[in-house]
Design a protein around this ligand. Structure first.
Ligand SMILES: [Mg+2]
Length: 289
């Protein structure tokens, strides 16, 4: 059985008609499914837990936040995930070559059921992460975009620019497979995917199924360097910048020396005094194109 969990508020409510159409395509093909809509933040975790008892395929339908909730709700269940790209960024869908597909194509891909492995990483033994865990600039950008009024008023690029301009470097102790180091950084990120933030190419080498995480540290130099780094990010060349350190790791401990600091986990914002990240105890299964 297929269990579909739709967040009607995703992408400012603009995906409601698309969801209806996909259900119509499924009906026309005689596909059976259970359909649920989330009603509040965190509700998809509860719905995923329930549906995992009767379904072998779970379909998070929303943005990366919905994928995050559904995966976290059904982490220990024996299910395959097939996310529908209904949000604004859809990084997990991009990693499965699902972004930009028509509704009919998506249904065909679901029914073809070509499965792939997908690593997940556990933060502080609590949350499963699929995309990234980051401190610094990306967190500031995500925070600004989460204040909806600000985004509407100022537009995408000025919001981005404002976040970059006002983001302050901080000190972190980072412990990994190779030892412990202190950084004064604009950005510290652990990448399971090469992309984040709706397709920004942060670390081209990062793969979703290679059992390692890619650490990217952007050491702080000066405002000009910060802009050059942003340009490099656009062309997928951030890791080769002179102030950028990368490492492939299997575990990490990030301690912000400023104390409790905001982080971004797959687009969700929270704060912590220490982030400990380890590989999940199994590989997840996803359907890809
Ligand atoms: Mg990887």
């Amino acid at each position: 059985m297929i269990g579909i969990i739709f967040n009607p508020k995703t992408n400012k409510g603009t995906s409601v008609d698309r969801m209806k159409h996909i259900l119509t395509v499924l009906d026309e093909k005689g596909v059976e499914y259970i359909y649920r809509e989330s009603e509040y933040a965190g509700h998809s975790i509860v719905l995923a837990k329930e549906l995992a008892e009767q379904c072998d395929i779970l379909v998070p339908s929303g943005g990366d936040g919905t994928v995050f909730e559904v995966v976290n709700g059904a982490l220990d269940a024996d299910v395959t995930f097939f996310p529908l790209p209904m949000g604004s960024g859809n990084d997990v869908c991009r990693s499965l070559d699902l972004q930009g597909r028509t509704d009919e194509e998506l249904v065909d891909i679901l029914l073809a059921r070509k499965e792939c492995d997908y690593d997940y990483w556990l933060l502080n033994n609590k949350y499963a992460m699929l995309i990234l865990l980051s401190f610094g600039i990306v967190t500031d950008i995500t925070y600004r975009f989460s204040i909806k009024k600000d985004t509407v008023k100022t537009g995408y690029y000025s919001t981005l620019l404002k976040a970059i301009l006002t983001s302050k470097p901080k000190r972190y102790i980072v412990k990994t497979d190779s030892g412990e180091r202190e950084y004064f950084a604009d950005f510290v990120s652990l990448q399971n995917l090469n992309i984040s933030g709706g397709g920004m190419n942060i670390c081209p080498d990062a793969l979703k199924d290679d059992s390692v995480l890619d650490l990217v540290v952007v050491n702080h130099k000066n405002p000009l360097r910060k802009f050059l780094n942003m340009l490099a990010l656009n062309s997928g060349k951030l890791p080769s910048q002179p102030n950028v350190v990368t490492e492939r790791i299997t575990f990490a401990e990030i301690t912000p020396l400023s104390g409790n600091e905001m982080y971004c986990l797959d687009g969700e914002l929270a704060s912590t005094e220490k982030a400990v990240i380890r590989m999940g105890k199994k590989k997840l299964r996803f359907i890809q194109h």
